[in-house]
Design a protein around this ligand. Structure first.
Ligand SMILES: Nc1ncnc2c1ncn2[C@@H]1O[C@H](COP(=O)(O)OP(=O)(O)OP(=O)(O)O)[C@@H](O)[C@H]1O
Length: 286
C-alpha cells in the first residue's frame, strides 16, 4: 500500500466536506477522484498534502509500498512541506507558477526546493545547481516544453502552463503525484496533449487525478473513486463505477448507460446532454 486513509474527515463549521473516507492506493495505480461540485475532492487533496489538518481520521504513506525499503509514515498532521519531502507532490487547479521566471527556472527552482531546506543555503555548491539544472532540462523534454525553456512563463499558452504545472510537480521525482483538474480551461486541441502527458507520467509514477472530464477519466484510469457529499460512494475499475446505480444517480446522470444511448427515460443530466465530457459541471448538491 502506498497511501491509506482511515476515517478521514474534515469539517468546516456545520459542513462535513470529507466524511469518514477509507481509501487506499497501491503503488503504480492511476486513480481518479470524481464527484459533483462541492463533493470534497479538493478538500481530500488538501488533507493528503497537509494544506488542511483533518478533523478526524488518519493518513499513512509508505513511499516504496508496504515491505519496501522506506518505512510507512503517519502523515496525518504533516505540513505541506513535510508531505512534499515525504514524496507527495501536487499540481493545483489554479496555476501556481512564477509568471515572470522562465519555464526552465520554474522547474529548476522546484527541483531545488524538493531537496529540502539545505538546498536554500546561500553557499549551495555548484554541483547541486548543475544537478537541478540537468533534472529541469530532462523534465522539459518529457513534458514537451524543451523549446520553450527560456520563454517567460506568463507568455505560455494555457495548455502549456498546465503541462508546466505537471513538470513542476515532477521535480524531485515524487512517489505520488496528485493532479487537480489538469485539463481545466484547456482548449479541446490542448486536452489531448495534457492527457498524453498524464498517461506518460503515470507509466512510472503513482497518480491521483481530480477531473470532471468523465470521458477522459474512464479512458485513462485504472481505478475511480467517487465522492458525494464528502463520502466515498464507489471505488473500483471504470467499468464497475460506470454501471454503479448510486454513482449514476449522484453524478453521471446517464453517462455510459445503454438506456441513455437509446434516448431512453434515464438520459437526464449534464453528462448525458453533452456526451459526458464534463459530467454535472455545475450540478449536484453540495
Ligand atoms: N476553507 C473552507 N471553509 C469552509 N468551507 C469549505 C472550505 N473549503 C471547502 N469548503 C466546503 O467544503 C465542501 C467541499 O468543497 P471542495 O472544494 O472540496 O469540493 P470539490 O469536490 O473539490 O468541488 P469542485 O469540483 O467544485 O472543485 C463544499 O461545501 C465547500 O463549500
Amino acid at each position: 500500500m502506498l497511501l491509506e486513509t482511515e476515517g478521514l474527515t474534515k469539517r468546516f463549521g456545520g459542513i462535513t466536506a470529507v466524511d469518514g473516507v477509507d481509501f487506499a492506493l497501491e503503488a503504480g495505480e492511476l486513480c481518479s477522484i470524481i464527484g459533483p461540485n462541492g463533493a470534497g475532492k479538493t478538500t481530500f487533496f488538501n488533507l493528503l498534502t497537509g494544506v488542511l489538518e483533518p478533523s478526524d481520521g488518519s493518513i499513512r504513506f509508505a513511499p516504496s509500498g508496504d515491505g519496501g525499503p522506506e518505512p510507512a509514515v503517519d502523515i496525518t498532521a504533516a505540513s505541506p512541506n513535510e508531505t512534499a519531502l515525504a514524496g507527495i507532490h501536487r499540481s493545483y487547479q489554479i496555476t501556481n507558477l512564477f509568471p515572470t521566471l522562465s519555464v526552465l527556472e520554474n522547474v529548476r527552482v522546484a527541483a531545488q526546493a524538493s531537496r529540502g531546506s539545505d538546498s536554500w543555503k546561500l553557499w549551495r555548491n555548484v554541483a547541486d545547481f548543475e544537478e537541478h539544472y540537468a533534472e529541469a532540462t530532462a523534465i522539459l523534454e518529457r513534458i514537451g516544453l524543451a523549446d520553450e525553456a527560456e520563454t517567460v512563463t506568463e507568455n505560455l499558452s494555457h495548455g502549456e502552463k498546465r503541462s508546466l504545472e505537471i513538470g513542476v510537480a515532477l521535480a524531485g521525482d515524487p512517489d505520488l503525484l496528485l493532479l487537480d483538474e489538469p485539463t481545466a480551461g484547456v482548449s479541446s486541441e490542448g486536452v489531448d496533449e495534457v492527457v498524453a502527458l498524464i498517461e506518460d507520467v503515470a507509466a512510472d509514477h503513482s497518480v491521483m487525478l481530480i477531473e470532471h472530464n468523465v470521458e477522459m477519466v474512464m479512458d485513462v484510469s485504472d481505478r475511480i473513486a467517487v465522492l458525494h457529499r464528502g463520502e466515498l460512494i464507489a471505488d473500483g475499475p471504470p467499468e464497475d463505477v460506470r454501471g454503479d446505480e448510486a454513482v449514476q444517480e449522484a453524478y453521471l446522470g446517464g453517462y455510459g448507460r445503454e438506456e441513455s444511448a437509446e434516448g431512453g427515460e434515464h438520459a437526464e443530466g449534464d453528462a448525458a446532454a453533452d456526451g459526458g465530457r464534463r459530467a454535472s459541471a455545475g450540478g449536484g448538491p453540495p
